[in-house]
Design a binder for this molecule. Structure first.
Ligand code: DGT
Length: 242
């Protein structure tokens, strides 16, 4: 629904328990409903830590995070799970059929919903080419699928839950650039209104996001469109050159 999936970070600082140095320092930004916000930054800059705060895997040291105007500390795990789907860096598949793997977390999803999620995630074509298609068995850990195929199945699993906020934590790293571009296009068409936070290493993965947030050692070095950052953000220029 319109107007849902807004995210506000207000002066958020965070450190892992038992460590003194903060991993995130005074992070403030807003992600609008339906916006795709990409996060880029070097290894260890805090990208995963930032998105892990949203489902409350960790609690902030100071500042606050709001979703649709509600402080996430006021929301229970069920409410957060309903709003947010997070696709981790490493896809976890289990022994079972393709459908069972995609349905995981939404057992009552109809076959058409499973297929639609797979289509958006650019997984439908390789599934349809399997002898048993959606009933094909996935071996333990997904051994019989490529890294990129596993990532696409795990994105389909997130989409079938129809979240308001989709978080892709470097979850297209093994997907080729052209397929990834098709996925972004499908997400725009079929999942209109979905707020998306996407962490990526490749410039091609982030450059057509609505806005890009550049993280540098736990701080925001810049936030804006590709063109704006190219013109104004030295950290971003550096990333583009490397
Ligand atoms: P990546 O995934 O290599 O591109 O790096 P980022 O940008 O996602 O960084 P992140 O958030 O994984 O790590 C930021 C800093 O926090 C880095 O110095 C490692 C540290 N860190 C990450 N996870 C943990 C954890 O579970 N415990 C502790 N103590 N430190 C952690």
């Amino acid at each position: 629904p319109a107007g849902q999936g807004r995210i506000d970070f207000r002066d958020v600082s965070f450190s892992y328990e038992g460590t003194s140095a903060p991993v995130l320092k005074h992070i403030s930004f807003t992600c609008l409903p339906g916006e795709t916000l990409a996060i880029i930054g070097s290894t260890g800059s805090g990208k995963s830590s930032l998105v892990h705060l949203l489902p409350r895997f960790y609690e902030v040291d100071s500042g606050s995070i709001q979703i649709d105007g509600v402080d996430i500390r006021q929301m229970n795990a069920g409410q957060l799970r309903q709003k947010i789907a997070i696709v981790p860096q490493k896809a976890t598949l289990f022994t079972g059929t393709v459908t069972e793997n995609i349905r995981w977390g939404k057992e009552d999803a109809a076959a058409e919903e499973v297929e639609q999620a797979a289509r958006i995630a650019q997984a439908h074509d390789f599934i349809a080419a399997l002898p048993e298609q959606y009933n094909a068995r996935i071996g333990q850990g997904g051994v019989n699928f490529s890294g990129g195929q596993k990532q696409r199945l795990s994105i389909a699993r997130a989409l079938v839950r129809k979240p308001e906020i989709l978080i892709l934590d470097d979850s297209t790293s093994a997907v080729d650039v052209a397929t990834e571009a098709n996925m972004r296009q499908s997400l725009k068409e079929y999942a209109e209104g979905l707020t998306c936070i996407l962490i990526a290493q490749r410039i091609t993965s982030v450059m057509d996001a609505d806005r890009i947030l550049v993280l540098d050692r736990g701080e925001i070095a810049g936030i804006g469109t590709h063109e704006e950052l190219l013109a104004s953000c030295s950290v971003y220029q550096e990333i583009c050159r490397s």
